[in-house]
Design a protein around this ligand. Structure first.
Ligand code: SF4
Length: 217
């Protein structure tokens, strides 16, 4: 049976109760430009390493103007904790140049403009809109993808389609919490490989076929 909106909202309330509303990382709690750059650094990288790289980078180059004037050789060692740091060093400097020169130092606040930047796809753009500009979106990372499928919230497989599906189903007032809650749930309980269904606070709302097996562990 497909979950209705009331059940989806009950799940959100239970996850808020279980995981709290405290921020779980540093790089998404900064200004819009730093959220944008931090999210590029976070691609294929653990949050703790992303935060290390972002802190080091912004301590030297906190604004688009300053980062655009840095050399790639200066940026690389600062962001080394982030995976693919060499490629990312070129990308973040180019993003800084475009924001600085073409947007007068202001980070774009539309999906259309953000996805034109190098290394910025819909997920990074959605994170920038949500955490940098306070514009409600549902960025779909691996946790949002896996958990929304397990809960039966979506049957889509492609992250962009999942985002469209979730945004169509959930009222706007809920959008801003979904990414954060599902990331926390995915890190603590609904692990990608072996979900800990035996301690899951939303187990009764979940349609994941393997949950009985996982519950017995
Ligand atoms: S019951 Fe299991 S699969 Fe379903 S949300 Fe909870 S941990 Fe994830």
């Amino acid at each position: 049976m497909k979950p209705g909106i009331r059940d989806m909202e009950k799940v959100i309330r239970l996850l808020e109760k279980a995981h709290g509303v405290e921020p779980w990382n540093w790089h998404t709690r900064q200004n819009a430009f730093q959220v944008l750059i931090g999210t590029v650094l976070s691609q294929r990288t653990k949050d703790a390493n992303t935060d290390k790289a972002a802190r080091a980078l912004f301590s030297r180059y906190p604004t688009p103007e300053r980062l655009s004037r840095a050399s790639v050789e200066d940026i690389e060692p600062l962001i080394r904790p982030s995976n693919y740091y060499r490629t990312k060093a070129r990308k973040v400097r180019e993003i800084a140049r475009i924001v600085s020169e073409e947007h007068m130092g202001k980070t774009p606040d539309s999906m259309e403009e953000l996805v034109k930047l190098p290394g910025v796809g819909r997920k990074t753009a959605s994170c920038t809109l949500l955490y940098g500009h306070g514009i409600g979106r549902i960025p779909v990372d691996v946790h949002v993808q896996v958990i929304s499928q397990r809960l039966g919230w979506t049957k889509e497989k492609d992250p962009d389609r999942i985002q469209e599906d979730l945004e169509a189903k959930l009222p706007r007032k809920e959008w801003c919490r979904i990414n954060e809650l599902l990331v926390k749930h995915g890190q603590a309980v609904c692990l990608t490989r072996h979900p800990r269904c035996h301690i899951c606070p939303v187990e009764r709302f979940c349609s994941y076929p393997g949950k009985m097996l996982e519950r017995g562990k």
